[in-house]
Design a protein around this ligand. Structure first.
Ligand SMILES: [Zn+2]
Length: 230
């Protein structure tokens, strides 16, 4: 946290030198370059995603910055200019990360999905919802595309359900609880590995022995096992 704040000593030193040398000190700086303040810049390098960078007091604005914000205190930044399509952030609602500076605004982020290498878009609007309404930490971001994220959520939900069903079966082994595990495994589809499917087949047979109708389940599980064997 300490890294983020303005270093008061440096700011004072720069300010002092500026007053000694007068106007010369400011010749090469943009009119907006506050000498004594930490700033945030959204910097876009060619072929790279724009990233927020902290600019130390006395350092000029980066030439390729598309948005600049001045520090009002250690954790808050006043936006100086907004690029097209950007949405102003409410920094009070952000859940600060230890390594990420607060975001004064959101801009569309295009990225490559880590799963399928397809194109992903983390829109400015989606970021505002993610960081302010859902309260996700500023260090989190989008890594999977929407399609892969949906599959991932589906898989996570299926795993949770299956885990619950397995615990229920272990706590109380019965035809009913065995059938439930087998059913959830089949519902989860191809995401379940061969081991899970062979366990489900065994449990479906337990259910059948217990008097429940598991014929269709057993047929499906045998089919998928045979498909894997080939
Ligand atoms: Zn993907």
């Amino acid at each position: 946290m300490g890294k983020r704040g303005p270093k008061s000593g440096e700011g004072q030193r720069r300010g002092g030198r500026g007053s000694v040398h007068g106007d010369n000190t400011h010749r090469n700086r943009t009119p907006h370059n506050a000498d004594d303040a930490w700033r945030l810049a959204l910097v876009a390098k060619p072929g790279r995603q724009p990233r927020w960078q902290m600019i130390a007091p006395g350092t000029p604005d980066p030439a390729n910055a598309i948005i600049m914000a001045d520090s009002t205190d250690a954790h808050h930044y006043r936006v100086r200019s907004l690029p097209k399509g950007a949405i102003l952030a409410n920094q009070e609602r952000q859940n600060g990360g230890a390594y990420e500076p607060p975001k004064p605004a959101y801009v569309d982020i295009h990225y490559t999905c880590i799963k399928c290498q397809g194109p992903g878009l983390f829109s400015a609007k989606a970021q505002k919802f993610w960081y302010e309404d859902l309260g996700k930490t500023l260090e989190s971001g989008a890594v999977r595309c929407q399609d892969c994220r949906r599959k991932w959520r589906h898989q996570r939900a299926a795993n949770t359900q299956l885990g619950d069903a397995l615990r229920a079966y272990e706590a109380e082994p019965s035809a009913q609880t065995a059938l439930h595990v087998a059913q959830l495994t089949v519902n989860a589809g191809p995401m379940m590995g061969a081991k899970a499917r062979s366990r489900a087949l065994g449990l479906a047979r337990v259910a059948e022995k217990g008097g429940l109708d598991a014929t269709a389940l057993i047929a499906t599980l045998c089919e998928s096992r045979d498909a894997v064997d080939q």
